[in-house]
Design a protein around this ligand. Sequence first.
Ligand code: NAD
Length: 483
Amino acid sequence: MVSRVIPVDPFDLVIFGGTGDLARRKIIPGLFRRFLSGQLPADSRIIGAARSSMEPAEYKSLLEEAIKEFGGDEKSGADELAAFLNMIDYVAVDAVAGDGWDHLKSLMRDGVVRAFYFSVAPSLFGALADKLHEYAIATSESRIVVEKPFGHDLPTARALNAILAKHFDERQIYRIDHYLGKETVQNLMAIRFGNVLFEPLWNSHYVDHIQVTVAETVGVGGRGSYYDNSGAMRDMVQNHLMQLLCLIAMEPPNKFGADEVRDEKLKVIRALQPVDPHHIVRGQYDAGSEGPSYREDAENARSFTESFIAMKCHINNWRWAGVPFYLRTGKRLRSRSSEIAVVFKDLGHSIFEGDEARHRNILSIRLQPNEGIDLQMTIKEPGPGGMRLIDVPLDMTFADALGADVDDVPDAYERLIMDVIRGNQTLFMRGDEVEAAWEWTDPIIKGWEIRNDVPKLYEAGSAGPEDSMMLMHRDGRKWREIR
Ligand code: NAD
């Protein structure tokens, strides 16, 4: 299958923090892949802006290295790389001082899309926004892109929103949650709202429960000091898992527009019930054969930060009354796998005598590995011997089903950056959504602090603490296997 690539309008994209880890690992290699696909007009420019003083040529070699290391495209030749690097420029700027800003202003062109990617610590967002305004570099049509973490709690998120709102309208602000850029996550909306089959069943009459699992094998090594201040709740649940939850649970928007979708997501967050502390399991990985303990990784021998969370939530509305949503995420787990599973209710009555098994339809949406969707169905076991029933998956692994060359499918960052240039905010978080998410998360975290909650240790390479299994067992359910 040949994917249809529609070139975006010419742009000037300034990456503040252009020498940093995120720029080198994700943003630049992603832009290079979009360039190879023919999506970037040749007269577009990517301007790295960071504190280090260096010549554009030096910056280009830094990016060349980054593309070789993280580009993931062995097919491109030297000519293509040279053509891409031709679009690159560099300016040394200091967000908190006057250096470099006149130079940056002199590079800006009229008549092209202007976007500013804040790939720097959030503490610099305000200074950058002020400078863009002070030097009249940003226009009323310019866009800014900001990264997670968007706040540490509700007051800090509100403060960040206020800082950005000083110079930019909400329609200019693109808050990235890269989970929303994943192909499968968007497919979740296609499945729900593009098929007649599922929507009639997508409610408390037919759904027994929903599970969302985001399991990682990596530990926190390398970013231990950041993570230790944050934990799984702030780093994963407040943003990525809640975004997934919103897309599963939201009402159909009247059209696939940025505010229509975000209005519906916001209603879900606002309808989330406060969580009973007994319905949350916090865990921290212990040392295992594969590596050190969390505390060693975080270099904090007394850390009580969680590297694992499992929780049961409820959404207080008509559609979802009584349906539990189980969320689970953690580091150093058995495998790197993420999925959303919609587990439908049992049949009320079986006509098949002697069939004692509990057959359930399960719609599973896999984010990784092997992005795809499968629907567990009950069928007759082939062959003689009467009506013996078995459960089989109707499997649609995208790479198989669509014959897609997986390399041609843009990754989350690529897609989202292209959406910024196109001016499409649908897959970005709105300020009120982020605040509402913190409003729900803050009391949970506060509760742990007040109770001096100690996370349960779990073995690295396992499926998390035993208590997480119990959370399900108590309800007569079980987690799907982390494979
Ligand atoms: P980094 O420390 O590797 O890079 C920081 C960049 O900011 C450097 O280019 C540095 O020159 C620049 N910088 C620092 N002080 C500056 C100043 N006063 N003026 C101008 N530039 C300045 O950080 P990173 O890992 O690239 O992360 C950038 C942002 O993205 C952070 O907010 C981080 O939380 C977020 N983020 C990073 C990742 C990741 O995978 N690295 C993932 C998600 C979110």
